[in-house]
Design a protein around this ligand. Structure first.
Ligand code: LMR
Length: 409
């Protein structure tokens, strides 16, 4: 009976969020969950999302009917163009199969499930999926749920607080032919460390030589650098190189649609003559998987994103909103680094401005993390990751002082 079910630990990230909410200290700071905050530490409904919402609600045709199994067609086709580029040869030759998903998590899951059922290369019939060490904690749970074996490649160098590129490349090269390699398209979570374009090219070379299968998780397009094209560069490069690959696309961060669960999954067939046919067959299987799990995806978030993605004026306004978010985060990186350097906090702090996106991997130890939580009510994950969006002009000095004290102890 269910009396044998062991009690599982609480999710560390959502547990941290709950602990922060309970804390009554007036200067408390939330640097935990990766969600954008404005300069007053408040959630930010993007102005363009407010507009799209008003447009939706003024439509006389709005109803609560089911979406198709694959989701809202205007949304999935606009999502393809967004990540692959409007002039992508893969789109032009109908090599892409796309389904709307329960945000990025649902897309990663659908891809993992698909691979577990259908990806069994003859020379490596039970392939492992290779994760960066570290990666988003949920990757481990999602892939083990579908029983795909997990392995890791080195990624973060604690010494430089940058990329361990040699270690990464060597491990990918040593992986059995046909392994699945999970890559963060931009703004790596949790480290904030991305490969350069030249490094991406070398990763693609090794992956091609080893016939590996790329799976891109893209949760921060436009949010990382402020440029949608720049943040999509790695994915587009792999597509140009002719890889068969998967992409999980989230609209949680770049539209601020966290709770609405808007996302998209893309299968891109390799650049051969049979690619269009492969995409049709794969789409038919993905539809069966989707039907058995969620029947059809939720409508609201996709309608909002679709309204913006398919309208030139709203799209331009969205890009402006993206620059507001990424710009504020970059300013906070500068401010935190400058304050730590002014305090003479032991160590180097250049990584704070060199890392990109929602997070910085500070290099604080677990003991230091717990000390700033206890003494200063500053909440961050135990691995020393801080959500940069939790910083603002009103608390950055306070946080720098807290970090300074913890590091000196
Ligand atoms: C995070 O890592 O903080 C976010 O991606 C939120 C999540 O779902 O874990």
């Amino acid at each position: 009976g269910a009396d044998v079910v062991p009690k599982a630990p609480e999710d560390p990230l959502f547990g941290l969020m709950a602990a922060y909410r309970k804390d009554t200290f007036d200067k408390k700071v939330d640097l935990g969950i990766g969600a954008y905050r404005d300069d007053n530490a408040k959630p930010w409904v993007l102005p363009v999302v407010k507009k799209a919402d008003a447009l939706l609600h003024s439509s006389p045709d709005l109803n609560h009917e089911y979406l198709p199994i694959a989701g809202l067609a205007e949304f999935t086709s606009a999502s393809q163009k967004l990540i692959l580029g409007a002039d992508s040869p893969a789109i032009a030759s109908s090599r892409v199969a796309s389904l709307q998903t329960i945000s990025g998590t649902g897309a990663v899951h659908l891809g993992a499930l698909f691979l577990s059922k259908f990806y069994h290369p003859a020379h490596n019939p039970n392939p492992s999926v290779y994760f960066s060490a570290p990666t988003w904690a949920n990757h481990h749970q999602i892939f083990s749920n579908v029983k795909l074996p997990i392995a890791t490649y080195p990624y973060f160098s604690p010494k430089t607080r940058g990329l361990d590129f040699d270690g990464m490349l060597a491990a990918i090269e040593a992986a059995p032919r046909g392994s699945i390699v999970l890559l963060h398209a931009c703004a790596h979570n949790p480290t904030g460390v991305d490969p350069t374009r030249e490094q991406w090219r070398q990763i693609a070379d090794v992956m091609a030589a080893r016939a590996h299968f790329p799976f891109f998780d893209c949760a921060y397009q436009g949010f990382a650098s402020g440029s949608l094209d720049r943040d999509a560069w790695a994915v587009r490069h792999f597509v140009e190189r002719g890889f068969e690959l998967l992409v999980a696309q989230s609209y949680a961060k770049n539209f601020g649609l966290y709770g609405e669960r808007a996302g998209c999954f893309h299968f891109v067939a390799g650049a051969g003559a049979e690619g269009a046919d492969t995409a049709v067959r794969v789409a038919s299987q993905l539809a069966i998987l989707q039907r058995s799990e969620i029947s059809n995806p939720p409508a609201y978030g996709a309608r909002i994103a679709s309204a913006v993605l398919n309208d030139a004026a709203l799209f331009a306004e969205w890009e402006d909103n993206l620059r507001t978010m990424s710009g504020r985060i970059m300013a906070m990186r500068e401010a935190l680094r400058a304050k730590l350097e002014a305090l003479g906090t032991p160590g180097t702090w250049n990584h704070v401005t060199e890392q990109i996106g929602m997070f910085s991997f500070t290099g604080l130890t677990e003991k230091q993390v717990l000390a700033v939580r206890e003494k200063d009510h500053v909440y961050m994950t135990k691995n020393g990751r801080i959500s940069m969006a939790g910083l603002n002009t009103g608390n950055v000095d306070y946080v720098a002082n807290a970090i300074d004290r913890a590091v000196r102890e």
